[in-house]
Design a protein around this ligand. Structure first.
Ligand code: KG4
Ligand code: ZN
Length: 362
């Protein structure tokens, strides 16, 4: 097998990520430019601004990644780039830059599915074999799937409304958590997790368990979100809070929300495990659950899933926090996994295009 280096480029949302991995799966360098602070200031991601920032940072990010690895484009064997799913204005920046590099240096391109990359990157540092169960929880997605192979994902269920990270981000904003200096630089999920850890009476808020009557593997978080916002509003009225003031019970409400979300995620994952058993999708002697995506950084959610796995005899894995959130490493890694199997490698760049939404199973 020829030794090659794979350059990975990720621009599907608000992070400009780039990384280089060699044939042995060793990470040679990585650079990630996060737009988090800018979007925190704007109260959410504005696609035009995200695109402008990707345009500004894509070239310096790729250049720095090459420099850090002490390589030039001549040393790169193929370029892996996220083409779906994501924000169209963001995706297109990565695609165009990848095509530009591919043409200029005569390198093949490997198109990457962002969600598949989130799942597969767990194999970079752990001995995880196909098939395995994956729970992907992030700001844009919430899904359960069986990963049969590098290019074969079987979707078991997904969110019918919001993703957990999206709910954490929205509620955190509504709760004004950003006004607490300690949380001012954190994303919503992190702020909620930190506030929740300081709770004294989380049970004072009663929140529903979504879809408890359903035996499928789908998720729904909007009811929970509405319920949290209702409690928040009630307390704000009760305490007559003003503009920048937080409710005194904010830690308890964060804990209640985190616990309710966790209960739902665990409940659906348990259902997926039952489904896999009934349909013999996962061999009983090697049951593996991978948890990835930005929300997988949450230690409360991860411990609850660990407990579930103890009961069901699953081994649980999650990538390092930096690999759970969006990054270029997972794109380069997925590129390498595809390269090794000869999948989707192309020099016909006109055949490549972005797709805003793309189901995992297809
Ligand atoms: O995977 P990611 O970087 O981007 C998407 O593809 O969405 O995930 C970002 C999301 C944000 O919504 C953020 O609030 C959430 O992950 N997040 C967390 C934590 N850290 C990041 N949610 C809960 N607990 C955390 N510790
Ligand atoms: Zn992501």
């Amino acid at each position: 097998k020829r030794n090659i280096n794979i350059l990975g480029i990720e621009t599907s949302c608000d992070d400009t990520g780039c990384a280089i991995i060699n044939s042995n799966g060793k990470l040679l360098s990585e650079v990630c430019h996060s737009q988090n602070l800018m979007h925190l200031r704007n109260g959410g991601i504005i696609p035009d601004i995200a695109q402008d920032l990707h345009r500004t940072y894509i070239e310096p990010t790729v250049t720095k990644t090459l420099q850090d690895a002490k390589l030039t484009m001549e040393d790169i064997g193929a370029i892996a780039v996220t083409l779906k799913p994501g924000l169209p204005l963001s995706l297109v920046v990565g695609m165009k830059y990848a095509k530009h590099l591919g043409r200029r240096y005569n390198k093949p391109i490997i198109p990457i599915h962002h969600m598949q990359a989130h799942a597969l990157v767990a194999r970079m540092h752990h001995d995880i074999r196909f098939p395995f169960l994956v729970l992907l929880i992030s700001g844009g997605h919430c899904l359960l799937a069986v990963v049969q192979d590098v290019d074969h994902f079987q979707l078991l269920g997904e969110s019918m409304d919001s993703a957990p990270g999206e709910v954490f981000d929205k509620v955190a904003r509504r709760m004004k958590l950003r006004n607490v200096p300690e949380y001012s630089q954190m994303c919503g999920g992190q702020a909620v997790e930190t506030a929740a850890s300081k709770a004294t009476n989380p049970h004072m808020f009663k929140l529903p368990l979504p879809l408890s009557e359903y035996r499928d593997c789908n998720f729904s978080l909007n009811g929970l979100k509405t319920s949290v916002l209702f409690h928040l509003h009630k307390k704000e009225v009760e305490h007559k809070t003003v503009a920048h003031e937080l409710i005194p019970e904010v830690n308890d409400l964060c804990a209640a929300m985190l616990m309710a979300t966790t209960r739902h995620l665990v409940h659906r994952t348990q259902r997926a495990m039952e489904f896999c058993k009934e349909n013999k999708l996962i061999p009983e002697e090697r049951q593996q659950l991978v948890v990835s995506g930005g929300v997988a950084c949450n230690n409360y959610i991860f411990s609850a899933l660990q407990m579930l796995c103890n009961e069901t005899c699953y081994d649980i894995y999650r990538p390092y926090p930096k690999l759970c959130t969006d990054n270029g490493v997972m794109i380069a890694w997925n590129g390498l996994e595809k390269w090794n199997k000869g999948l989707d490698i192309t020099t016909d760049f006109s055949s490549l295009d972005i797709e805003a939404s793309s189901p995992l199973g297809e």
